[in-house]
Design a protein around this ligand. Structure first.
Ligand SMILES: [Zn+2]
Length: 228
């Protein structure tokens, strides 16, 4: 589909949960050895953090545009995609953004991310972090457009994880992104929860266990976002 292909750094995949407690969901451990998600190593194409961020946004919105269209719906692109540094992020519904986070703001239909934090993850874990965090946040934008209702915040977060997996899976299956086979034992999903500074009804300590989050991510990856 494009002049170049990407290989995801699935050796370590970061899934961001919005809503608070960063330590509650932080996990560093191997996924189940039978997980079908294949790890890979980054390409040597010399891609930069900035270009990966923008490409992750574009590919994710392309995916959802096509997916909405296939259902007779019209995807509404986010209004803004805002990098910030630490404390200087945009407000969302009157609440300030917080450092070390990425979030979707329903009030403004935009996504914002702490650029330094994201760059740190990128440098430590490779581009896979970007290609999971950004689709996760777009998952929340999709939930807003579909008026998805949830009784618990954990349901919202787990579906966003599933959407992220489904988006990545579709991009890999479509050839836009490429993952290498093998080395399943090395697959590591590092769930780093970061606080969403948004709605009061969000339960900040409820994102799902590491096992649940890995499970739904893989479920989306293999079954597509329709399975979420
Ligand atoms: Zn989230």
């Amino acid at each position: 589909m494009r002049a170049f292909r990407y290989i995801l750094a699935f050796l370590m995949v970061t899934v961001v949960a919005c809503g608070g407690d960063r330590t509650g969901d932080r996990v560093a451990g191997p996924a189940s050895p039978d997980t079908p998600v294949s790890p890979a190593t980054p390409t040597s194409l010399g891609q930069t953090f900035e270009s990966d961020i923008q490409l992750a946004k574009k590919l994710t919105e392309d995916y959802w545009t096509q997916t909405f269209s296939a259902s007779g719906l019209t995807y509404r692109p986010i209004t803004d995609f805002v990098p910030y540094q630490g404390q200087n992020g945009p407000d969302c519904g009157g609440q300030p953004s917080v450092p070390n986070n990425a979030f979707y703001c329903p009030a403004g239909h935009f996504i914002a991310y702490d650029e330094s934090w994201m760059r740190g993850l990128y440098d430590q874990m490779g581009d896979g972090s970007v290609y999971v965090i950004i689709p996760h946040e777009f998952g929340h934008a999709v939930q807003a457009q579909l008026n998805s209702g949830f009784n618990l915040n954990v349901e919202r977060e787990l579906q966003a994880d599933c959407y992220a997996g489904g988006t990545l899976g579709a991009l890999v299956k479509g050839g836009t992104l490429q993952a290498e086979p093998g080395d399943e034992d090395e697959l590591l999903i590092n769930l780093a929860a970061a606080g969403d500074p948004t709605d009061d009804w969000l339960r900040p300590d409820a994102h799902g266990t590491a096992a649940q989050r890995q499970e739904v991510f893989v479920k989306g990856y293999n079954g597509g976002t329709a399975a979420c």
